[in-house]
Design a binder for this molecule. Sequence first.
Ligand code: GLY
Ligand code: MN
Ligand code: MN
Length: 436
Amino acid sequence: MNLITSYQPRREQFAAQMQSGIAIIPTAPEHLRNRDSSYPYRFDSYFYYLTGFQEPEAILVIVAEENNSDTRYILFCRDKDETREIWDGFRYGPEAAKEIFNFSEAYSITKLDELLPKLLANQTKLYFSLGQDSAWDLRVTGWLNQVRGQARTGATAPTEINDSHTLLDEMRLFKSAEELQIMRQSAAISTQAHKRAMQIVKPGMNECEIEAELLYLFRRQGAQAAAYTSIVAGGSNACVLHYIENNSQLKTGDLLLIDAGCELNGYAADITRTFPVNGKFSAVQKDIYQLVLSAQEAAIAAVKPGNNWDHPHQAALQVLVQGFIDFGLCKGSVDSVIDSQDYKRYYMHRTGHWLGLDVHDAGEYKQNGKWRSLQPGMTLTVEPGCYIRPAENVPQHFWDIGIRIEDDVVVTKDGNEILTIAAPKKITEIEEVMYE
Ligand code: GLY
Ligand code: MN
Ligand code: MN
């Protein structure tokens, strides 16, 4: 079994950018939920990106040499342990992990405090992400101080500390063909779950029943988990952007907003669909829905090389704001409403984010103070919305309408690929799926 085709080249690419020095990249800690019950374990995305190794209590150390062939890729991980394996499951142990995951060296995690000061000694540069986890910060500073304490032996500690995430964020931003293949599957599983929700929803059901169905569809199709807590928001709940209680009864005449996506082999999908609980959009719901859909289509059309990160957002805004004016929700010209930000009463978030191992994925949105240009392989969500809360100056028939439409989009050489294209979103498509 050799799981590893993409991880070693990534480690080499990272080490080449370090040029020389030592990188310390721990995985995520386990967290207790209460007493001795843990939250489901999820590895650290940076560590996983470079290793493919999913066990807790593991750390990657790279000692980069100018001459790349001497660079050391070292894994520290849990030892084999028959008793613990009976209770908690399989562990690779250093020996097997080294072979299977293709490290140049692997040691027991219990050797960390003994070996790390030795590995740090006489390196000038340290790559470590300070401030992510205070326990690791303390440990790393402890090792640095040990080396500093040996100054009279001639040992020197690194004098330059760089954030390892800066280089890795840039690598993670551009998805490889392999990553995109997983993301297509993750999107397909999530799409099925949204479709199923459209098919089963009925007035009188509770939001939690729909959430359960989504999770069932995720797991049944092989996804490990939801990539984030699902939002299943009927009626006015859809106007609470991060609504996750998911415990209200769904009423005829209301819309249902579902923002849910699975995580498959580490990669997130992030889809939002909004549809009528009773299967038929009312006239006013149709008006606002069509407006958000037109904004989303305009934004997706702006996802292409040559445009920058902000272009899809601006494209969505132009359409939304014109609609807000046409419906009497805002007053003035499109430019004046954008300048005054009056539109934020109904559209208060941006139009997307990078997507990948993390639902809000790694990568800078600006470079040198300018929105960065879109390039093939970048993967993002496009998710305009409209949320109309009751207010004196808003006609009552618009109240409590909350709509968002969110797709996952990859920038390609010629434009884009919509990973979530199969999730119904045209009014006629949705009504058809719900009627079937
Ligand atoms: N589901 C989180 C988001 O849409 O950003
Ligand atoms: Mn999103
Ligand atoms: Mn979302």
